[in-house]
Design a protein around this ligand. Structure first.
Ligand code: SF4
Length: 339
């Protein structure tokens, strides 16, 4: 057996993957050499989570943020961005649109915005659950454990909190006002509170090498994450990283494939950021281990202002158009939609 096949085999054994194997597989650049990796990830995806692609309808209800992550267009210091907060009625109506499209899961996302205190968010979750019955995912950043408990009691089912980068020095560099330890603590609380918990990382951050990406895979595995969002770094012009080069498609696909092999039953989206980087990004991600797509149900007037990274809002497609296109794409590659 050659070294690549040996590494792939070891990766699928129980326990934490071997760091050196991960680095060696991440270092492959040649398409021919990479073929066994992508084939193995796709086969394991089929065996572990099937051929269905799950949909999550996302509603970005506030683009206010009190943090200053260096890569993010929503950072507080970006004074050029027009800020918005959707009203409760607008949020519930957007959730009803998710339900009307027969999508079973809602993702409520915002910057870290303390305007939405625990009380406001709990009433909102209760209202959404009462009016739609949707599985409800929150993606609203770091909060105290008691808040996570209250949201859970109000009916929230899942929580997304990407760790972004597992390496302490990189984490410090890109997050001047948050601590890696606190983020990991939040992820542990969410697990303890029985949320289905998602994390994830960016690929292609300045200074992030294959050893750093291997740490991301090890962290996702050791947290026993139910979901992982993995997408490319895209430099936003109104951030301190404006002049840095973008992440690339291939390293993201390698990460998706390796996470699938290390965590067979994990749910992984084909991210919008990858589609921004490459028109075939979604199809490529779905062939490399991804099994989730997250159409955006934020009303267009707000969607164009949820400016996390450039290109994201350039071509705003209605969810119905995305779903139609997706169904066609999936038919072509033998996958089916699970709404
Ligand atoms: S990544 Fe999240 S917490 Fe950081 S600035 Fe952007 S929206 Fe705020």
């Amino acid at each position: 057996m050659d070294k690549i096949s040996e590494g792939l085999k070891r990766l699928q054994e129980p326990g934490l993957p071997n760091r050196e194997d991960l680095i060696a597989l991440l270092s492959l650049e040649d398409e021919k050499e990479l073929e066994p990796l992508f084939l193995a990830a796709d086969a394991l995806r089929k065996e572990s989570v099937g051929n269905v692609v799950h949909l999550r309808g996302i509603v970005e209800f506030s683009n206010y943020c009190e943090r200053n992550c260096l890569y993010c267009g929503l950072r507080q210091a970006n004074r050029q961005l027009t800020r918005y907060r959707m009203t409760d009625r607008e949020i519930v109506d957007a959730a009803l649109a998710v339900k009307a499209a027969n999508v079973a899961t809602l993702v409520l996302q915002s910057g870290e915005d303390s305007f939405y205190d625990t009380e406001k968010l709990c009433r909102l979750i209760e209202k959404i659950k009462a009016e739609t019955g949707l599985i409800t995912t929150l993606s609203i950043g770091e909060r105290p454990r008691e808040d996570y408990q209250s949201f859970r009691d109000a009916g929230a089912d899942r929580y997304l909190l990407k760790h972004e980068t597992a390496v302490p020095s990189l984490y410090r560099r890109f997050h001047p006002d948050s601590r890696r330890e606190n983020r990991l603590q939040c992820l542990k609380w969410l697990k303890e509170l029985n949320y289905e918990t998602g994390t994830g990382c960016m690929v292609g951050l300045p200074g992030q090498d294959n050893a750093a990406l291997a740490e991301d895979i090890l962290l996702i595995k050791s947290l026993d994450s139910d979901m992982a969002g993995i997408g490319p770094f895209l430099p936003h012009p109104q951030t301190p990283l404006a002049a840095c080069p973008s992440g690339e498609v291939l390293p993201v696909l390698k990460m998706l494939a390796l996470v699938r092999l290390a965590c067979p039953t994990i749910n992984m989206p084909a991210t919008t950021a990858l589609t921004v980087l490459h028109p075939e990004g979604r199809r490529k991600a779905l062939a490399a281990g991804a099994n989730v797509v997250m159409p955006d149900f934020t009303p267009p007037v707000y969607r164009r202002l949820y400016d996390l990274y450039p290109g994201r809002t350039a071509d705003i497609e209605e969810p119905s158009a995305i779903l139609k296109k997706l169904e066609e794409e999936l038919n072509d590659c033998g996958r089916t939609l699970w709404k």
